[in-house]
Design a protein around this ligand. Sequence first.
Ligand SMILES: [Fe+2]
Length: 380
Amino acid sequence: MSTLDNTSLQLPKENPEAEDFLPLLGTDYVELYVGNAKQAAHYYMSAWGFQPLAYAGLETGLKNKVSYVLQQDKIRLVLTSPLKSGGEINRHLDAHGDGVKVIALWVDDATKSYRETVKRGAKAYLEPKILKDEHGQVVLSGIHTYGETVHIFVERKGYDGTFMPGYRPWKPHYSSKDTGLRYVDHMVGNVGWNEMSKWCKFYAEVMGFAQLVSFDDNDISTEYTALMSKVMSNGNGRIKFPINEPADGRKKSQIEEYIEFYNGAGVQHMALATNNIIQTVTSLHNRGVEFLTVPASYYEDVLDRVGEIDEDLAPLRDLGILVDRDDEGYLLQIFTKPILDRPTMFIEIIQRKGAKSFGKGNFKALFEAIEREQKSRGTL
Ligand SMILES: [Fe+2]
């Protein structure tokens, strides 16, 4: 991969309230701790169309862990497993199961990002550290966020090797066709009762984010369950973190189910953007990815609600793709069932056609679909 030097780029201001003192240039990678990185890597390649990029393990001098790095356009996943008993990764897996450990953020200056965020109240995770090899250097630093999730700041303007020092190019004989996934649109965190505002304040104070929208339990409730959500964004809009907390309902909300099985706060879903959701979801479906479905009645009045759209309704209905509109345009979205054994994390596929929102008009249909799944798990 070539050097991703974006320092001279003027970043347009998407969220005028936010002060971009870092600034964040994008999501650098998402690292999951998993029980078996080798097999997980095969899943993300064969089912999701990620391409093999880099590898670190015993052969590269690591003693206790292994990591596979996969890429699809601007999305990079790092899958990490422990190689021996004991240690931090095993403890994390025991507590949470497979899940997102790191949301890594691409910055110009990882040392400054660390100093500024720690000065503003972030708890330190990794002091600035320089990694070097013959391709240059990468600087990493890190802070804690909700639960046991962390942010690593990645400065890679001085590097033109594969991923980062310590990794070697990974070129297995197998690769699969990509599925048209392009970038991380947003990453959603689930936090405990009455903790949403605390974590929104954290992103405002520590990273200079501002709130884009908020949804209360009147927006996000069904007959049985409810949740509340606020969306925090950085100034250029490349980083959007909705934060959910449970709200009182007659039955257990999906957020409580998550907190119970993840054993605390953590990443609930990542939303991956595509330019052609019908092609992407057709491809994912054919490779075995399971999506939530909504009743056929959803499509009877969807066009009355959202107006004209470019797509034919039939393939959207066949695939279960949802549509919503805001003042600026519309969006198409669909959600997988949990992608792990525990009912914790899932993935959203989103195509934006002008809309900058998150599908509020679909919340009810979506949460009823989730409740049907919870019921089958005995966790409603
Ligand atoms: Fe989402």
